[in-house]
Design a protein around this ligand. Sequence first.
Ligand SMILES: NC(=O)C1=CN([C@@H]2O[C@H](COP(=O)(O)OP(=O)(O)OC[C@H]3O[C@@H](n4cnc5c(N)ncnc54)[C@H](OP(=O)(O)O)[C@@H]3O)[C@@H](O)[C@H]2O)C=CC1
Ligand SMILES: N[C@@H](CC(=O)OP(=O)(O)O)C(=O)O
Length: 344
Amino acid sequence: MAVRVGVLGATGAVGQRLIQLLDPHPEFEIAALTASDASAGKTYRQAAKWRVDSPIPADVAEMTVTATDPDEVPSDVDMLFSSLPSSVGADVEPAFCEAGYVVSSNSSNGRMDDDIPLVIPEVNADHLDLLEVQRDERGWDGAMVKNPNCSTITFVPTLAALTDYGLEKVHVSTLQAVSGAGYDGVTSMEIIDNAIPYIGGEEDKLETESRKLLGEFDGAELSHNGMDVAASCNRIPTIDGHLENVWVETEEELTTDAAAEAMREYPSLDLRSSPDPLIHVFEEPDRPQPRMDRTLGDGMAIAAGGLQASPFGLQYNCLAHNTIRGAAGASVLNGELLLENGYL
Ligand SMILES: NC(=O)C1=CN([C@@H]2O[C@H](COP(=O)(O)OP(=O)(O)OC[C@H]3O[C@@H](n4cnc5c(N)ncnc54)[C@H](OP(=O)(O)O)[C@@H]3O)[C@@H](O)[C@H]2O)C=CC1
Ligand SMILES: N[C@@H](CC(=O)OP(=O)(O)O)C(=O)O
């Protein structure tokens, strides 16, 4: 029987992607939709300005949107996918956990908290056990797991494939699509014929989240990876797909052939949304490209290419679909991991 799930922030850009992914999902059944008070009481069709590239699911369109309040969500809903603005999530997500709901959240609030697992299932599924610590410390019947920032998700799996060589220093420079800023995030006058070398708070997220994701959990505490990470983040006029240039210095000698093989062989998981292969390594020097490669693995694969030696270690490019692998798909995959591990 399918698990009854709800979407917090269901009318937004990421909320719509969540509905697109959850509606055909055999393990989940959409049973609750929440948004701001302005949307509460409306049908989903009335409340959401549907902008996703597939039709609005007919059954979801006629559901009534409620306020984002634990008292408004039916108690037989087992899991909530959250795509609320982080300022809202910080207030209400803990209230849902306290009320007994398991929350798989895409919002950035709490990602770096010591007792909140920040998870990319193919990279650090073992960190999910932090939920035991979380429940002990917070006294929650529910639980909260986060997925990382979309640009973090794009490069960390490629680093995970190289950890046997000892990661020392990582430089990453991003070219991020406009959808990452949300529909009203940057105006056409700002971004057409332009690039913006600043995305508020983004560089710190790549630098800190990557070290948490590649850290070690000993059953009680999580220690962060000791590598140095420096990030530079840029907005460019693509619609979807974050492209990143990466330089990695390792303790052990790392040839481009060995790196390509390690990435190609890095395992995916036996979960519905985990693509096989996880990392698609291109031989062509001009790939990956956002428009051509963002839908690999139904938008859940990581693409890499341009591997070469440089004075700053191994150099390569990587790409992922920012609103699927980087946001909604990441939360759904964490939901599948929670289900697989008996948290529902
Ligand atoms: N856009 C992207 O690609 C990515 C976004 N994210 C993160 O995901 C989250 C959502 O982003 P995005 O979908 O773009 O945002 P949107 O602004 O498009 O959507 C926000 C959602 O939250 C609801 N909401 C807003 N204010 C409140 C409130 N006070 N109480 C309850 N619900 C509220 C909105 O409802 P209503 O329609 O009623 O206003 C809407 O459903 C953010 O934390 C963002 O940083 C992460 C990665 C990528
Ligand atoms: N800041 C990201 C999107 C985003 O909302 O990230 P976060 O989930 O860390 O808030 C971008 O602009 O592409």
